[in-house]
Ligand binder design. Structure first.
Ligand SMILES: Nc1ncnc2c1ncn2[C@@H]1O[C@H](COP(=O)(O)OP(=O)(O)OP(=O)(O)O)[C@@H](O)[C@H]1O
Ligand SMILES: [Mg+2]
Length: 252
């Protein structure tokens, strides 16, 4: 087996390409992305609508297949995995927040959040405790017994984040986790993501919001499926913890 392109990186892609087909017409969505994310990094992905952000993070989570190129996760080749191997990998390591929530409609909020932990082998008590803590942090304690359809869009989005974090994933992939939220809920979500990041988990977050991106260590800009800017060059975005711009400022 060829060695990983960058041993030690949590995510590494090599010339990653996704071409959809729309009634036989090829639609290039991701066009040769070489991406590297190190352990514990918080990376924001920005770019206009249609630039390929969702497609890229879906491929990184094994939710969409690549057309060509390579994906390496934790130094292991991942793009060649089958669906069940991907499912196992996600269960063990990856939390995913979808742009459009994808909650299980027939389950309560509490069950939606507990499910990933139970699937990964947590005890019922552990799963319940984690669920209670996450819902409390996101201001959703009173909604535990509701079904997703009874919730506002912003509430569903916060439930989706709680679900993604229920397994304490080493990698959080979040597609517009604050896209539908008012400023107070945005603050709750960012505070929680900031805690996740400070706890050493790796975060890759798609956003249109420059303020959200300002929390990241690095901002990658996509345009027409290609990386056109990588924020490690130019203005240094990494700030000492607790200074202006860090999540601490967003509290309260
Ligand atoms: N299932 C699909 N079939 C065909 N084309 C698709 C499909 N999904 C996405 N595309 C196309 O791929 C391109 C990239 O879409 P993608 O959803 O990744 O963009 P995005 O950056 O996430 O946009 P947004 O900011 O609106 O969420 C677009 O041209 C889109 O129309
Ligand atoms: Mg998208």
């Amino acid at each position: 087996m060829t060695p990983p392109p960058v041993a030690g990186s949590v995510i590494s892609t090599v010339n990653l390409v996704k071409i959809y087909s729309n009634g036989g017409v090829p639609v290039p969505a991701v066009r040769g992305v070489d991406l590297r994310v190190e352990a514990g990094e918080f990376v924001a992905i920005m770019g206009p609508s249609g630039s390929g952000k969702s497609t890229l993070v879906h491929m990184l989570g094994g939710l969409d297949s690549r057309t060509s190129g390579e994906i390496w996760l934790d130094g292991r080749r991942a793009d060649t995995l089958g669906e069940s191997a991907w499912a196992l990998l996600r269960r063990r390591k990856i939390g995913f927040v979808f742009q459009f929530f994808n909650l299980v409609a027939t389950m309560t909020v509490a069950d939606n959040v507990e499910l990933p932990a139970l699937l990964a082998g947590a005890s019922a008590r552990e799963a319940r405790e984690r669920r209670e803590r996450l819902l409390a942090e996101l201001g959703l304690t009173g909604r535990a017994d509701a079904s997703p359809a009874q919730l506002a869009g912003g509430e569903q989005q916060r439930v989706a984040l709680a679900r993604a974090l229920a397994n304490r994933p080493s990698l959080l992939l979040a597609d517009e986790p604050t896209g539908n939220l008012d400023s107070r809920n945005t603050r709750d979500v960012l505070r929680l993501i900031g805690e996740v990041h400070r706890g050493g988990q790796t975060v890759v977050l798609v956003t249109h919001d420059a303020r959200v991106a300002g929390m990241a260590d690095r901002v990658i800009s996509l345009l027409d499926g290609q990386v056109v800017d990588d924020g490690t060059v130019g203005a240094a975005r990494r700030r000492p913890r607790g200074t202006a711009g860090d999540v601490v400022e967003l509290r309260g």
